[in-house]
Design a protein around this ligand. Sequence first.
Ligand SMILES: Cc1ncc(C[n+]2csc(CCOP(=O)(O)OP(=O)(O)O)c2C)c(N)n1
Length: 278
Amino acid sequence: MTGKNLALKSVAYRQRILKYIYGAKAGHTGGSLSSIDILNVLYNAVMNVSPENFTSPDRDRYIQSKGHCVEALYVVLADKGFFPETDLETLCRFRSHYIGHPTRKVHGVEQNTGALGHGLSLSVGTALAGKLDGKSYRVFTLLGDGELPEGSNWEAALTASHYGLDNLCAIIDYNKLQISGTTAEVCNTEPLDAKFESFGWAVKHVDGHDLGALKAAFDKMPFVAGKPGLVIAHTVKGKGVSYMENNLKWHHGVPNEKQYGEAMSELEMAGYALSETN
Ligand SMILES: Cc1ncc(C[n+]2csc(CCOP(=O)(O)OP(=O)(O)O)c2C)c(N)n1
């Protein structure tokens, strides 16, 4: 897929995230918008996973540790054909299995997540299993910077380097905000790169909205043979909708009718501007 088509997908995904959150009157808006470029690149330019090979033991795995941002995952899985996009009209409705956190009842979801701090451990186990079975699949996991204080992450980080899991890539959606304040105010985990390096990881900093830079980073996996890889993806919470950007209110804020209209027009203009470029 060309860079322009990939960029247009990001705009369309942002529109769909807002559409379904607006319809459900619930969802995690800011963190879905900050992470969608990462999911776009992984699913459309990096990972070997599709509805056709989802039961194959050789598929690449994606585990979304910051499960609250499930809307980003749902719109990508729908686009990949795991389920009809119209299913998302039932998001967060009574009896729908499209609930507000990833569940394996939804085709394409690898692991139930949403209680923060579990995705990295699950990913370490999956990567270790791949090594023991002599498989060449890779495991990608998306973490929030605000979930890193959970102690289980650091046990998992230690275990990943102990077993030399260079088939594992963790990505931190480094938007510097969490639910009730900045990540630094709530529980400071800086310096992230030095901490992970001291745990035996190979670390890269990337602009988390630069699709080309994200792909180039993932294509270099393993960054160092025998070491798990970490991408610190510098992102903006609420990215793509100016009044939501870097604004804590939109962690799980739902736009009203006027705000929804403004956001959709802004994204439409962004898509139009992109389609006019070469
Ligand atoms: C174990 C656990 N504790 C608390 C929460 C409530 N919670 C939901 S989102 C969130 C903040 C997460 O921040 P971050 O990981 O930075 O996500 P982002 O800002 O990217 O949305 C918290 C504390 C939870 N889901 N799980």
